[in-house]
Design a protein around this ligand. Structure first.
Ligand code: LMR
Length: 327
């Protein structure tokens, strides 16, 4: 017994003499959607790759579903250093730059491949640095997909939207888009959408298939139109000061993990959009309705004045570059 006590005491004093292993740097990555979505998958891939590249040096903590911060708070939290990486929708940056409003213009991009080409172009890449003066560094674009209109009745023509309340992201462009068809847009945080639809606070909304399915919006909407009228993509961002303060080797390794994780998330976005659409159809909770070319033409016509309204803020050169990406 005595020997055991002595051995334990010796072990304790030896441990005290050894230098304590440095605790890994904690990197918090917060977002508002489900783990299964393109953004959720990209965040988890970043954790895997960053921790593999920097073993024992970094610990990435991923917080999905607005668990840590929701819309409205996450940007402030990033600037305060309470979270290190977030990936807000491109619709949520107007407070920091008006240029990114381009992504909200209705019917600007033909499809997600065109969005991809524009983001990859010189003009698209420049936008990643459009907020560095505000302390925000863009690490890359991440896809979700094209948005679909939904409501409790078919929205075949713009006249069908008249008088309906639509939940929108916090974007003045999207506000103008729904006003252009006689709707009443209401800015609401993503975490509040399901309840707002369920209780009738709003009648309809717009979102890509992965968000519709994983947040069960199709269970509280009667109809989802195959409208593909706009895009919902993200910019993965970090605090510019924090990023700059990192040791070079750590920054390089994190950047590499980020690039790879975005590639992975984009693949999920490309591969899974149709699968999520099929899952919504298979659930038989809402009708998924095709739209004819003529019907979509009417929506495009009604919403087109929004481009002119925001052209001054965004810049005609940027709009032209986006249109050129349609091929
Ligand atoms: C929304 O608010 O509808 C989206 O921006 C949520 C998201 O991050 O996909």
């Amino acid at each position: 017994m005595k020997v055991q006590v002595l051995a334990a005491a010796v072990a304790l004093s030896l441990a005290a003499l050894l230098p304590a292993a440095a605790a890994p740097m904690v990197i918090k990555y917060s977002h508002v959607v489900a783990d299964q979505t393109p953004k959720g998958q990209a965040a988890l891939k970043f954790k895997e790759l960053a921790e593999k590249a920097l073993p024992g040096k970094v610990e990435v903590q991923v917080f999905p579903n607005s668990q840590l911060f929701g819309d409205g708070k996450e940007m402030e939290a990033l600037l305060l250093g309470d979270v290190q990486i977030i990936a807000p929708s491109l619709a949520k940056f107007a407070k920091y730059t008006k240029k990114l409003q381009i992504f909200d213009l209705p019917f600007l991009f033909d499809d997600i491949a065109a969005v991809d080409r524009f983001q990859d172009s010189a003009k698209g890449q420049e936008l990643l640095d459009s907020m560095t003066g505000k302390g925000i560094k863009g690490l890359g674009y991440l896809h979700n997909g094209m948005k679909q209109l939904s409501a409790n009745k078919p929205l075949k023509t713009p006249a069908d939207a008249k008088g309906l309340k639509f939940r929108i992201q916090s974007s003045d462009v999207l506000e103008a888009q729904f006003k252009a068809v006689g709707g009443n847009p209401q800015k609401l945080a993503f975490a509040e959408v399901y309840q707002a639809l369920q209780t009738g606070v709003v009648d309809g909304t717009e979102n890509p298939w992965s968000n519709i399915y994983t947040k069960k919006f199709h269970e509280v909407q009667k109809v989802i139109m195959d409208s593909n009228h706009g895009v919902l993509d993200y910019m993965v961002i970090t605090n510019a000061g924090w990023w700059k303060s990192l040791p070079d080797d750590v920054r390089t390794a994190l950047n590499k993990a980020m690039v790879e994780s975005i590639k992975y998330g984009n693949k999920v976005a490309f591969d899974e959009a149709e699968n999520y659409r099929q899952k919504v159809i298979a659930d038989k909770k809402a009708d998924v309705m095709p739209m004819s070319k003529a019907e979509l033409g009417q929506w495009r016509e009604a919403m087109k004045p929004v481009w002119t309204k925001f052209e001054g803020d965004i810049g005609k050169d940027l709009i032209d570059a986006a249109l050129a990406a349609n091929k």
